[in-house]
Ligand binder design. Structure first.
Ligand SMILES: Nc1ncnc2c1ncn2[C@@H]1O[C@H](COP(=O)(O)OP(=O)(O)OP(=O)(O)O)[C@@H](O)[C@H]1O
Ligand SMILES: [Mg+2]
Length: 333
C-alpha cells in the first residue's frame, strides 16, 4: 500500500516498531452495500498496523440473512455502544458473522474461546526467559493496544479470574492495568470493539452456564440468533445457498433443508443433542452431488455429526425416512 507510515510505540520498556497501512478496500464497499451497513464505519480513523494485517479476515463465505439483518444489527450496536452480545444455538452462524463483520470493517479479529482452558497468562501476557526483559502481550492486551474486534466465544464459560480482569475493560472508556508488568495502564483503543457469544442457557444445553452478572450489565445490545429454517418454516435462501454451494438441484436442496428443519425443531425442544448447521448441510449435499443417495450420504455426515449414541442416531434416521420417504435408511438395531 502507498500510505505506509512508521511509528514507534514505546510501551514501558518495550520497543516496538509498527508499520501502519491503509486497509484494502477492494470488495469491502460492495459488501457494505449488500448488507446495508455503509453508515456504520467501525474502521473510521483506524490505521492498521502492517503486522496485524493477517488478522483481518478475508473472503468470508456468503452469509444468508433471510430478512434478519444480523450484520446491520451487529454493526449498529458496535457503532453506538462498542460491544454487543450474540445468543443462539450451535451452528446458527455466530462465528461466521463475526468474521464477516471484521472483514467489512477492515479490523483485526482477536478470537478467544472462553470454554477452552485458556489461562490469564495467555490472554493478558507474560514475561519469558529470565528477569523482566521480554514481555509478551497476550491477546486481550494486544486488542486493547492496537484495536480491532475482540470476540469472546462461549463467554458464559469464562473462568472467574479472566472475567474479573475483563470487567473494567468492558466499560466503554475502560482501561487495563497490567499488574504483572509494573502496573502499566493501557487505555482501550478507540477502535476496540467487543462481541461476546454464547449458547442459550438451559438445562438441555449440557455445560452452559448463566452469564456472569457483571458481564451482563455491561452489554447494551443482545441479538438472538436462530437457524434459517426450523420446523415448518423453510428459508428459500437456505435452500438456494446449499444447492448453489454443492451444485445440486433446488428440489434436492429443499428436501435436505426440510430434514434439517425438523432436526432443529427437535434439538430446540431438547430432544437431540445437536442440530445441523448450514455447514453440515453443505457437507451432506456435497456427497449427494457426488452421486451418493441422500440417505447414504446422511450416514456419513448428518447422522454421525448429531451424536455417537446409536439411539440418537436412529432418531435421526427416522426423520430421514419420514421426510425423504426412502427405504434404504435402515434404522439400526
Ligand atoms: N446464515 C448463514 N449463511 C451462511 N452460512 C451459514 C449461516 N449460518 C451458519 N452458516 C454456516 O454453518 C456453519 C456453522 O456456523 P458457525 O460456526 O458460525 O455457528 P456458531 O453459531 O458459531 O456455532 P457454535 O455456537 O457451535 O460456535 C459454518 O460453516 C457457517 O459458515
Ligand atoms: Mg461459534
Amino acid at each position: 500500500m502507498g500510505n505506509d507510515i512508521r511509528v514507534k510505540a514505546d510501551g514501558a520498556g518495550a520497543r516496538l516498531t509498527v508499520k501502519l497501512s491503509v486497509t484494502p478496500k477492494v470488495g469491502v464497499e460492495s459488501l457494505k452495500a449488500k448488507y446495508g451497513v455503509t453508515k456504520y464505519d467501525l474502521g473510521l480513523g483506524y490505521a492498521l498496523p502492517e503486522s496485524l494485517k493477517a488478522l483481518v479476515p478475508r473472503n468470508a463465505p456468503e452469509y444468508v440473512e433471510s430478512g434478519n439483518q444480523y450484520v446491520e444489527r451487529i454493526m449498529r450496536a458496535l457503532y453506538f455502544f462498542k460491544q454487543c452480545s450474540l445468543i443462539g444455538p450451535s451452528g446458527t452462524g455466530k462465528t461466521h458473522i463475526v468474521y464477516l463483520v471484521s472483514e467489512i470493517s477492515g479490523l483485526p479479529l482477536w478470537e478467544v474461546n472462553c470454554g477452552l482452558q485458556t489461562s490469564v497468562y495467555d490472554l493478558f501476557g507474560r514475561f519469558v526467559g529470565l528477569g523482566k526483559e521480554n514481555w509478551i502481550d497476550g491477546q486481550i492486551v494486544s486488542w486493547c493496544r492496537y484495536g480491532g474486534i475482540l470476540y469472546l466465544d462461549e463467554a458464559n464459560m469464562m473462568k472467574q479470574d479472566v472475567a474479573t480482569r475483563l470487567n473494567p475493560l468492558l466499560d466503554t472508556r475502560g482501561h487495563l492495568v497490567l499488574t504483572e508488568k509494573d502496573n502499566e495502564i493501557i487505555p482501550r483503543h478507540q477502535n476496540g470493539y467487543v462481541i461476546i457469544s454464547m449458547n442459550p442457557y438451559s438445562a438441555e444445553f449440557a455445560g452452559t452456564k448463566p452469564l456472569n452478572a457483571a458481564f451482563r450489565r455491561r452489554m447494551s445490545v443482545w441479538i438472538d440468533f436462530d437457524y434459517l429454517s426450523v420446523g415448518s418454516r423453510l428459508s428459500q435462501d437456505e435452500v438456494e445457498l446449499i444447492s448453489k454451494r454443492a451444485k445440486i438441484p433446488l428440489e434436492t436442496g429443499e428436501k435436505l433443508v426440510r430434514v434439517a428443519a425438523e432436526l432443529r425443531k427437535l434439538y430446540k425442544n431438547g430432544d437431540l443433542p445437536y442440530a445441523p448447521s448450514v455447514g453440515d448441510l453443505v457437507n451432506w449435499a456435497v456427497l449427494v452431488a457426488d452421486g451418493l443417495s441422500p440417505s447414504a450420504a446422511a450416514e456419513e455426515t448428518l447422522v454421525s455429526v448429531t451424536s455417537d449414541d446409536p439411539e440418537v442416531q436412529n432418531s435421526v434416521r427416522r426423520i430421514l425416512q419420514m421426510i425423504l420417504g426412502t427405504h434404504d435408511t435402515a434404522v439400526k438395531k
